[in-house]
Design a binder for this molecule. Structure first.
Ligand code: UDX
Length: 429
């Protein structure tokens, strides 16, 4: 089948590449000429495990193309995906101007029946607007269907999430495109759930907000654990054994971040408000998340007493493991707070140092994680990279002026760390 993806960011590029891997012929379009040039020359604009190999393979097989020409992309395919960004506005609602522009561009380029699928995360009722806009700008001369097809890709495991999804959601306004949509996703072994467009749009925001809620819930429980001597990991394990709850997304931390959860929560709250419902529960989720970072910073400042002119080593800058993404990263937020308190920082991240360099200035970027502790007064773990578990702890203890570790991701066992001679402070344990 012939597919065009408009918008070649994280979502667009992974989606296009995986469809090509599934045997379809895919054209990825982006208005950023430089990005397209990089991709055409075999380069990669983002870090995502497994993606460079898959892009290379499918380009070589003649199933994956890159262009900055929307017209060409639309003419070539029967399925047109909208995968452009929907940046947040100051009030939390989403700026849909790229979605609107692409809808107009598709409308002017269409010369035959198209199925237009929205992959961008949008508020409920956007599909209706997209259909209205395409109808208006194509002047009724060509037939089309608009479908809401939200993505559930986690950065770092996006390829696996696409190739083996838990579910594929397609929101439609008529049965006409359903068989074609099932065929489109046939190479991927997953249940296809057919809903209304509005339900599909809501599923995306409701699912991500629920996951954020789960994290805030366990983070709130972690506060009680600290107050009582309980261990949040034991509590999460005991709770998670109940299949109605499940153990996933119950890892207490210094807070969630990334390009999705904070933005999706704010957008869902803003949409609810527009629809006349105050979603107080989700406002509390945001509040707990901010409080978690406040408490972690306080733990550091209380222990060090005076932070000014102390040197702190920070392991992790990405918003989570297996990505170079630093957007809304709790680790970066933490670094900035420590800098504001007067600390000097030595930092390391296995992948995100280049991207962090653009937003985090006046710090020492250290290439080897085992050298970070040199000359430091304390070490902080801010991202859950599994390699940090292999830190040379003997060396760290010898390097630190006093062996203190603040672990915002609970990577180490507190009993073992104490035995090794560290003052070790995790979350909720
Ligand atoms: C998320 C959703 O998981 C995905 O389905 C959606 O489509 C996009 O948003 P992503 O933002 O890539 O994916 O990361 P995710 O793995 O969900 O983690 C989000 C944040 O929560 C990270 O900062 C992570 O460190 C934090 N987190 C996650 C916790 O603090 N505790 C947990 O138990 C899980």
């Amino acid at each position: 089948m012939k597919i065009t993806i408009i918008g070649t960011g994280y979502v667009g590029l992974v989606t296009g590449t995986c469809f090509a891997e599934g045997g379809h012929e895919v054209t990825c379009v982006d208005s950023d000429v430089n990005k397209i040039k990089v991709l055409q020359q075999g380069g990669m604009p983002i870090y995502e495990p497994g993606l460079p190999e898959l892009v290379k393979k499918n380009v070589a097989a003649g199933r994956l193309f890159f262009t900055s020409n929307t017209q060409e992309g639309v003419e070539r395919s029967d399925f047109i995906f909208i995968a452009v960004s929907t940046p947040p506005q100051p009030d939390g609602s989403l700026d849909l101007s790229f979605v609107e522009k692409v809808s107009r561009d598709i409308a002017s380029a269409m010369t035959s029946y198209k199925i237009i699928l929205d992959k961008s995360t949008v508020p409920v009722r956007t599909g209706e607007k997209v259909a209205e806009t395409i109808g208006r700008f194509s002047k009724g001369k060509v037939d089309f269907d608009v479908v809401s097809n939200p993505e559930f890709l986690r950065e770092g495991s996006a390829i696996e999430d696409f190739m083996k999804p838990d579910r594929v959601v397609v929101g439609v306004s008529s049965p006409r495109p359903v068989e074609a949509l099932k065929a489109l996703y046939a190479p991927f072994d997953a249940p296809v759930i057919v809903t209304s467009i509005e339900s599909a749009e809501l599923i995306k925001h409701a699912a991500n907000s629920f996951l954020a809620l789960k994290i805030s819930y366990i983070n709130a429980v972690s506060v009680l654990c600290e107050a009582t001597g309980a261990n949040v990991q034991e509590v999460a394990h005991g709770m998670g054994m109940d299949p109605r709850i499940g153990r996933k997304f119950l890892d207490a931390s210094l807070g969630f971040g990334g390009s999705c959860f904070p933005k999706d929560l704010s957008a869902f709250i803003a949409t609810s408000e527009m629809l006349g419902y105050e979603f107080g529960l989700l406002k509390e989720v945001q509040k707990i998340n901010l409080g978690q970072m406040d408490r972690f910073v306080k733990k550091i400042t209380d222990t060090l007493w005076v932070v000014r002119d102390k040197t702190i080593g920070v392991l992790g800058l990405a918003f989570k493991q297996d990505t170079d993404d630093v957007r809304n990263s709790p680790a970066i937020d933490l670094c900035k707070r420590l800098q504001r308190a007067g600390a000097r920082l030595r930092v390391h991240d296995p992948q995100a140092m280049e991207k962090a360099g653009a937003i985090l200035k006046d710090v020492d970027y250290v290439a080897d994680m085992n050298e970070v502790a040199e000359g430091c007064d304390a070490l902080v773990i801010a991202t859950e990279w599994p390699e940090f578990k292999k830190l040379d702890l003997d060396r760290a203890r010898r390097c630190l002026s006093h062996p203190i570790i603040f672990d915002g991701r609970n990577l180490f066992d507190p009993v073992e760390m104490e035995r090794l001679g560290f003052l070790y402070k995790g979350i909720g344990r």
